[in-house]
Design a protein around this ligand. Structure first.
Ligand SMILES: Cc1cc2nc3c(=O)[nH]c(=O)nc-3n(C[C@H](O)[C@H](O)[C@H](O)COP(=O)(O)OP(=O)(O)OC[C@H]3O[C@@H](n4cnc5c(N)ncnc54)[C@H](O)[C@@H]3O)c2cc1C
Length: 423
C-alpha cells in the first residue's frame, strides 16, 4: 500500500538493513559484516555516531567512536547511507527512505532497528518560552558549534545526562547558574555505593561531578516575558528564583519505537520487546540499543553486536556476549531505580500551559477527556508537525493515557515524495 503512496525512484537490496547509526547500529553493522553478507546502515544524521557520538564543530570524538567509523568505512560489504531517513514501511520486507536526492526503497532479508531514543519533555508553566530547551537538545547544539560565553545556564531534570550536559556547557564557555536533580540524595548515595561494579562509570561520575549539583530539586516554572529570564526552583523545602539566559531540562528518554510498531513488533515497557538474541516479536526483525530499552551507550554497543551476529546466524559469537550484556543491563536497571520521576513533576502544568506546542493546545482542553484519541479529535493535540512525539508522551506521564500507534510518514516528508512523480 505504501509503495503507491511514496514515489520510490531508487531501489536497493541487501541482506541486512540497519536503521540508525548510533553505537547500537555501528556495532550491529560491524558484527553483521563479519559474515560477508551485504549490509546497509541508514541514518538521518550527516555522519554516523547517533546521539552520544554526535559529530560537529565543537567535538573531539572518543577514540572508540573514531575506530568504529573508520572500520565501517573500510568494509566493502557495508554501505552507509547518511542524511537519509526511513519514512515508512514499504511492501514485503522493504522500507521507504527519503534524502536530498529523493525517495527510495530498500529491500532486506533481515532488519535491525537501532533507532535510539528521544528526550521526554514535561510541560510546566513557561516551558515554551524561547531559551527553554531539552538538555540533550542543548548538548546537540553545543556539539554543532553553539557558543555560550557570558550566558547563565540552568540545567534541571533527572539522570546522568544532566552532568554530561553541564560538562558540555562549561566547555562552550557557559556559566552553570544551577544544576538540579529531582531525585533524592539518599537514592543518589545508594547508587554511588554500587558504582564500583562498573569502574568506567565510577570514573565518569567522579570526573563529571559539578559543584553546582543539587539533589531533591526540581523546576516549578520558567519566568520571562518574551524570553526566559529566570527559573523558579523547588530545592528541598524552599523555593528559589534563579536568573538565567537558558534553561535546559532533561526528564529522561523515550525509546523510538515507531518503525518497529508499524512493522508489527510488540512493545514491552514502552520499548521494542526482544528475546535473548535481540530478535523482536517479528521473525526477521531485530532491535538493539535504546529503542529496545533505555540503557546507555555501553549496553547499546553490546546489544548491537548480539543483534548483528544473530541476524547473520553467527550464534556462537552472539552467545559469547550475553554476560557482557547482563553486566550493562544491571547498570541500566540501577539507573531506572535511582531516577524515577517524582509525582510533583506531573502536576506542574496549569490550565493555560500548552501541552501540544505544534497546535497550541492548552492543558485545559485535554482535561475533560479520558483518553488521547478523544482529546485529539476534540482539540487537534498531536496533529502538528511532531505528530504527538512530544505531547502524547507528555500526556502518558501527566495523565496516564496510552500513547496512540504511529502513522506514516514517520516524519515530515517532501510533497514530491508523496506524489509518485520522478524528478
Ligand atoms: C538528545 C540526546 C542526547 C544524549 N546525549 C548523551 C550523552 O551525552 N551521553 C550519554 O551517555 N548518553 C547520551 N544520550 C543517551 C544516548 O542516546 C545513548 O546512550 C546512546 O547514544 C544510545 O545509542 P543507540 O545506538 O541506541 O541510539 P542513538 O545514539 O540515539 O542512535 C540512533 C540513531 O538512529 C537514527 N534514527 C532514528 N530513527 C531513524 C529513521 N527513521 N531513519 C533514519 N535514522 C533514524 C537517529 O537519528 C540516531 O542517529 C543522549 C540521548 C539523547 C536523546
Amino acid at each position: 500500500m505504501n509503495q503507491t503512496l511514496f514515489s520510490s525512484v531508487s531501489k536497493k537490496h541487501c541482506q541486512i538493513l540497519i536503521v540508525g547509526a548510533g553505537p547500537a547500529g555501528m556495532s550491529a553493522a560491524k558484527a553483521a559484516a563479519e559474515s560477508g553478507q551485504k549490509v546497509i546502515m541508514i541514518d538521518d544524521n550527516p555522519v554516523p555516531g547517533g546521539q552520544i557520538w554526535r559529530d560537529g564543530a565543537n567535538v573531539t570524538l572518543p577514540p572508540l567512536a573514531v575506530k568504529y567509523r573508520q572500520h565501517l568505512a573500510a568494509l566493502s560489504n557495508v554501505e552507509i547511507l547518511s542524511g537519509s531517513k526511513i519514512i515508512a514501511p514499504g511492501g514485503s520486507q522493504s522500507v521507504i527512505y527519503e534524502n536530498m536526492s529523493g525517495c527510495g526503497e530498500i529491500y532486506y532479508q533481515s532488519l535491525i532497528i537501532c533507532s535510539g531514543a528521544r528526550e521526554i519533555l514535561l510541560p510546566f508553566p513557561g516551558w515554551t518560552l524561547p531559551g527553554v530547551i531539552g538538555a540533550g537538545g542543548l548538548q546537540a547544539m553545543i556539539k554543532g558549534g553553539l557558543q555560550l560565553q557570558n550566558q547563565r545556564i540552568v540545567i534541571a531534570g533527572s539522570g546522568p545526562l544532566l552532568l554530561a550536559v553541564a560538562t558540555s556547557v562549561n566547555q562552550a564557555g557557559g556559566n552553570i547558574a544551577g544544576l538540579f536533580e529531582q531525585t533524592s540524595w539518599r537514592a543518589l548515595f545508594s547508587f554511588a555505593f554500587t558504582l564500583w561494579h562498573w569502574p568506567t562509570k565510577f570514573y565518569q561520575a567522579l570526573t563529571s561531578f559539578n559543584s553546582a549539583y543539587r539533589a531533591n530539586s526540581y523546576v516549578l516554572e520558567a519566568l520571562g516575558d518574551k524570553q526566559i529570564e529566570a527559573v523558579r526552583i523547588q530545592q528541598g523545602t524552599t523555593e528559589k528564583i534563579i536568573p538565567c539566559d537558558r534553561l535546559a531540562c532533561g526528564f529522561g528518554l523515550e525509546p523510538n519505537t515507531d518503525l518497529g510498531q508499524l512493522l508489527g513488533c510488540r512493545l514491552e515497557s514502552r520499548a521494542l520487546a526482544v528475546d535473548e538474541r535481540q530478535q523482536s516479536s517479528v521473525e526477521n526483525i531485530y532491535a538493539a540499543g535504546e529503542c529496545s530499552g533505555i540503557g546507555g551507550g555501553e549496553l547499546s554497543l553490546v546489544e548491537g553486536a548480539i543483534a548483528g551476529y544473530s541476524a547473520t546466524q553467527q550464534y556462537q559469537r552472539a552467545e559469547e556476549l550475553i554476560k557482557q550484556r547482563q553486566k550493562w543491563q544491571h547498570f541500566a536497571n540501577k539507573i531506572i531505580q535511582t531516577f524515577p520521576l517524582r509525582d510533583e513533576l506531573k502536576t506542574l502544568a496549569r490550565p493555560d500551559t500548552l501541552i501540544c506546542r505544534c497546535e497550541d493546545v492548552p492543558f485545559s482542553m485535554l482535561e475533560p477527556h479520558t483518553n488521547w484519541r478523544q482529546a485529539k479529535l476534540n482539540s487537534r493535540c498531536g496533529m502538528g508537525a511532531c505528530q504527538g512525539k512530544i505531547c502524547a508522551t507528555a500526556a502518558y506521564h501527566l495523565l496516564g493515557w496510552q500513547t496512540p500507534p504511529p502513522r506514516i510518514p514517520l516524519s515530515p516528508v517532501r510533497v514530491q515524495s508523496l506524489t509518485n512523480e520522478e524528478k
